[in-house]
Design a protein around this ligand. Structure first.
Ligand code: MEV
Length: 327
């Protein structure tokens, strides 16, 4: 058995705009997806998962997903198989063993599809564990690249390198097009996360922004404004100016709302955090539902979120300096 884990992430700034070549700064957080693989005698893939949003499911499939043997409704099969399938395909390709079969177990503390990078973490940890099971150890650069290709395929060509690079490398990173770098250790960032218990469909949300951007000049300008804001945010990060970081996160949320990717539940959590005196707060990830990320060194935001209708859970998160971990 081979096990790897990889962290989830929050976006300080720049989601969506990063898809169009603007910079983004995601930060890895201390919630991980752990993937264990065991090679099978046949070429089939069996996936077992037990995570916060998909309460224990099992699916076994081979060449034809229609023949899948599952214990949950069909739409969850797609969620289960898309990223794992992609990760296994990348591992088979990297190791030159095209018909390797695996039993895959996923344990994840990252809610699925909630903007915390669960799919990137599963792709990174899955490729790493499966290639190692086939006797090959990938460099972090190749791992991040292969995980990006998985997201790119599953999201029908509409993905940036941000989530997968961040999950592979850990810490705070900067992504602009194909240029990905790890940033120096940032100041202490007192993250508080609010989760509405829901999900957003990343592919659909990205497609919505693309359509809006093609239809209206203001939407294209908004994407560019997010890029300007990220560059300003990077300066604040370098100077350790957490108050300015917070202010810029607030503006970033406003710009994401203008692009139509917020939701009533996310806005309710944003306003609750603002009223509680958070240094800054915004939705994180694709939006549509899922999580907001706030900065607050006091307990006020976490407490306010706990009492906000529509907020299912609120918790603190720490920056995770470690990316993929071989366990
Ligand atoms: C999703 O976590 C982040 C998006 O920017 C899409 C991407 O970068 O692939 C919305």
């Amino acid at each position: 058995m081979t096990t790897s884990s990889a962290p989830g992430k929050v976006y300080l700034f720049g989601e969506h705009a990063v898809v169009y070549g603007e910079p983004a700064v995601p930060c890895a957080v201390d919630r991980r997806a752990r993937v264990t693989v065991e090679q099978r005698d046949d070429s089939r893939i069996r996936v077992e998962a037990d995570d916060l949003s998909l309460d224990g499911f099992t699916v076994t499939y081979g060449e034809n997903p229609d023949d899948a043997d599952v214990n949950v409704p069909g739409d969850l099969v797609a969620a289960a198989t898309g990223y794992v399938d992609g990760a296994v395909a990348q591992a088979r390709d990297a190791a030159g063993v095209p018909d390797a079969g695996f039993s895959v177990t996923i344990e994840s503390a990252i809610p699925l599809g909630a903007g915390l990078g669960s799919s990137a973490a599963v792709a990174v940890a899955g490729i790493d564990a499966a290639t190692r099971a086939l006797g090959v150890e990938l460099s972090c650069g190749e791992l991040a690249d292969r995980a990006y290709r998985v997201e790119h395929d599953v999201q029908e060509g509409q993905a940036s390198r941000a989530d997968t690079f961040c999950s592979t490398m850990g810490g705070a990173v900067r992504v602009e097009g194909d240029a990905c770098e790890r940033l120096p250790e940032p100041p202490d960032l007192p993250f508080v996360i609010g989760y509405d218990g829901g999900t957003g469909d990343t592919g659909e949300l990205v497609a919505g922004v693309r359509a809006l951007r093609e239809r209206y000049g203001f939407a294209a300008d908004t994407v560019e404004s997010i890029g300007d804001l990220v560059r300003e945010g990077e300066r604040a990060l370098r100077e350790g100016d957490v108050a300015r970081l917070g202010e810029l996160m607030d503006y970033n949320h406003g710009l994401l709302s203008a692009l139509g990717v917020s939701a009533r539940s996310l806005d309710a959590m944003v306003w609750a955090a603002r009223d509680a005196g958070a240094t800054g707060v915004k939705l994180t990830g694709a939006g549509g539902g899922g999580c907001v990320v706030a900065l607050d060194e006091t307990d006020a935001t976490e407490t306010a979120l706990e009492y906000t209708p529509g907020c299912e859970s609120a918790f603190r998160a720490e920056l995770d300096a470690e990316g993929v971990r071989r366990e």
